[in-house]
Ligand binder design. Structure first.
Ligand code: UTP
Length: 278
């Protein structure tokens, strides 16, 4: 199996109902924290981890994402040689470094189905998955970079986890497993959105994954699960039974920007950071 990971998949077809009406005509992934859309933070994290092909799963009403990762000639001409030109520097450099590919999920049948739709863009190689509404930040290396290092050693699928309050477990896929190294668990169980009484731990899967390409065949065999959706945790559980899946308690902080509270927290965090940096 290839040891480098070049491709990163961004499932971005969800309706974003928690952010209505803002997300009625605008994708949730384009909501800005400070002046940068959520999906740009995700792409930057993937680039830092050595990836250069971004595979984005979009849906109806998501065209703004494609326009964002493209040149706007009119705008470029308008601000050329003005003091505002620097505002486009980061996004220009991302566009130069990366290739962006897109496909649409026609029916929103769940995260597992959205990942499956990426098969045509990914092919037969290991890849990363970023849910851009989980905004991750860390003092040192980014979360995906940390995970790529683990992948290079173990060559199997890896999910990022964090400890959540037990009252929150019903919102996440929850794992349990044996700790085989610092902050690294070999998963034996995974339950999607369990009741508090059924949760095997408080280790919750967040929106960062590294997946081996056999996951596609397993998703194809996955029947609709919790909420009638094709759940990636069900497909990952098949991988657990056939081989090994790891859970990594990452270093850093995650903001759930799919919720109003998390989004406001992220905004405060980045605002304060920008002010302390001067
Ligand atoms: P969420 O559970 O956050 O759902 O999806 P959502 O529709 O985006 O938001 P709410 O709950 O209605 O507010 C987790 C991730 O999976 C993607 C979403 O875009 C998000 O990044 N997703 C989910 C898809 O791409 N397709 C789906 O069918 C479901």
């Amino acid at each position: 199996m290839k040891s480098s990971i070049n491709k990163c998949l961004f499932p971005a077809a969800g309706y974003g109902t928690r952010f209505l009406p803002a997300t009625k005509a605008m994708p949730k992934e384009m909501l800005p924290v400070m002046a940068k859309p959520l999906i740009q933070y995700g792409v930057e994290e993937a680039v830092e981890a050595g990836m250069n092909i971004m595979a984005i799963i979009t849906g109806r009403g998501k065209r703004a994402i494609e326009d964002h990762f493209d040149i706007s000639y009119e705008l470029e001409t308008q601000i050329k040689d003005t003091p505002k030109e620097y505002l486009l520097e980061d996004i220009r450099s991302l566009i130069q470094k990366c290739t962006f590919t897109y496909t649409r999920q026609i029916e929103m049948r769940g995260l597992g189905d959205a990942i499956y739709k990426g098969r045509v863009l990914i092919g037969n190689e290991p890849f990363a998955v970023v849910l851009a509404d989980d905004l991750c930040t860390s003092e040192g290396e980014g979360v995906l970079s940390q995970m790529v290092k683990i992948y290079q050693k173990y060559k199997c699928s890896i999910v990022a986890v964090e400890e959540v309050d037990i009252s929150e477990v019903h919102k996440y896929g929850i794992i349990s497993g044996r700790e085989i190294d610092d902050n690294l668990y070999m998963i034996d169980t995974m339950i999607e959105k369990p009741k508090q009484s059924e949760a095997p731990s408080n280790l919750a899967i967040i929106g960062r994954y590294i997946l081996t390409p056999d996951i596609f065949e397993l998703i194809a065999q996955t029947k609709p699960g919790k909420g009638g959706e094709i759940q990636i945790t069900d497909a990952l559980m098949m991988q657990v039974k056939k081989g090994m899946v790891l859970a990594y308690k990452f270093k850093g902080k995650r903001f759930d920007c799919g919720s109003i509270d998390g989004f406001v927290e992220a905004t405060n965090h980045f605002y304060q950071k920008s002010h302390t940096q001067g």
